[in-house]
Design a protein around this ligand. Structure first.
Ligand code: ARG
Length: 378
């Protein structure tokens, strides 16, 4: 066994401790997924009108892979161990006794699936049928870590049935009939497509601050999923959080922890819970995220342009930010960070930025309480 493998250690409690080992995704074979209840995709300019599905163009995949490979080698040069998933044939039809789905999606954003808390990596339930089997791409790595690290807890949340009753049947019909103004009014209720029949969550709806975990109720995470997480992590405080946002999913462009005492908020997504009070009471400084340099989404991208703040903190003094995003780079520079500019926007059509495209395996550091003062109703 090489020294590197012998030293495998799974451990990570937050988004900022010194990163030593990380998984970086791959774009190979990513599909515009076949229609399913939970997702709407439509890119008529690329031939993907409603209901159509098929592979992303090869040149887009190649460009994304090139940026991810460069990012991975930059991290390795800094002494960080990088592992990659093993893509499978995402164009295949998949099924369980409850449903059939004509294609899968891909494995670019490991953050969506793998939740590392302490010495445990938890495979999230996932909420799309097209992503139900995505864990298979990460199994070769998890099997390896299990052999190499005797303290690694390998855990999987209950696989959801994802039957008809898992989703609110008429959600899209009602939603699509609303005016813009009505949509914003409706958003405050935070009643999204998942029903509460079974626990549902994607790992990227969790943001880790040591003892405090923020979990967003969203298009892919329901309250039952959040309750499941609280029971699964009895030593943590799990906060259900909601933001004023249309069709929210994944929180890593909404609230961005930078280091103990410093966090960035997305000004376009005000919190519906007393989140600001919670930070202020515990003497955290709040930065307001600057707008992206982009004015519109790149082709075939289902993420918002707030990917400008989807960054990866390497340690409390060093952060990776998309190379073209000067406003964020300058803000973090003014706040004492060494900022590493990383070209990554070719990756965004595949499901996100530098945070989505990675998943922690090991950050040095321990379980800490950064919020000794609690706030009523949060
Ligand atoms: N809803 C977020 C946005 O579009 C998603 C960011 C992607 N995050 C992820 N972990 N895949 O702003």
């Amino acid at each position: 066994m090489s020294d590197e493998l012998k030293s495998t250690k799974v451990n990570s409690w937050n988004e900022w401790d010194s990163l030593k080992h990380v998984i970086v995704g791959r774009a190979d074979g990513t599909m515009v997924q076949a229609p399913e209840i939970a997702v709407q995709r439509e890119w008529p300019e690329q031939g993907y009108t409603e209901g159509k599905y098929g592979p992303y163009p090869k040149e887009m995949i190649d460009k994304a892979n090139e940026q991810m490979d460069n990012f991975a080698s930059m991290l390795e040069k800094r002494g960080i161990r990088v592992d990659r998933p093993t893509p499978i044939d995402f164009s295949q039809k998949v099924q369980t006794p409850d449903w059939e789905q004509d294609s899968m999606f891909g494995c670019m954003p490991p953050r969506d699936l793998l939740l590392t808390i302490g010495n445990e990596i938890l495979e999230a339930t996932m909420s799309y049928r097209s992503r139900w089997f995505e864990y298979l791409c990460f199994r070769p790595l998890l099997e390896k870590y299990f052999k190499e690290d005797p303290n690694f807890h390998w855990e999987a949340a209950p696989k959801p049935r994802l039957s008809e009753g898992t989703y609110k049947e008429d959600f899209w019909k009602k939603w699509n009939a609303l005016s813009e103004e009505e949509k914003w009014e409706e958003s405050i209720k935070s009643e999204w497509i998942p029903s509460e029949v079974e626990p549902l969550f994607d790992a990227a709806d969790v943001v880790r601050f040591g003892k405090d975990l923020f979990v967003q109720k969203s298009m892919v995470t329901n309250q039952t999923g959040i309750d499941w997480l609280q029971r699964h992590y009895p030593d943590h405080r799990v906060h259900t959080v909601r933001y004023k946002e249309l069709l929210p999913w994944h929180m890593d462009t909404t609230i961005v922890p930078l280091r103990p005492g410093l966090v960035m908020f997305n000004p376009g997504r005000p919190a519906l819970e007393p989140q600001r009070e919670f930070f202020e009471k515990n003497d955290w400084e709040i930065l307001e995220a600057p707008k992206s340099v982009l004015t519109k989404k790149r082709p075939m991208t289902f993420c918002s342009i707030w990917l400008n703040i989807n960054l990866l903190v390497l340690d409390p003094k060093t952060v990776c930010v998309e190379a073209s995003e000067t406003p964020v780079i300058e803000l973090l520079d003014q706040n004492g960070f060494e900022v590493i500019p990383v070209p990554f926007y070719e990756v965004s059509p595949f499901g996100g930025g530098l945070h989505c495209g990675t998943a922690d395996v090991y950050r040095e550091g321990s379980f800490e309480d950064y919020f000794p003062k609690q706030v009523q109703g949060f």
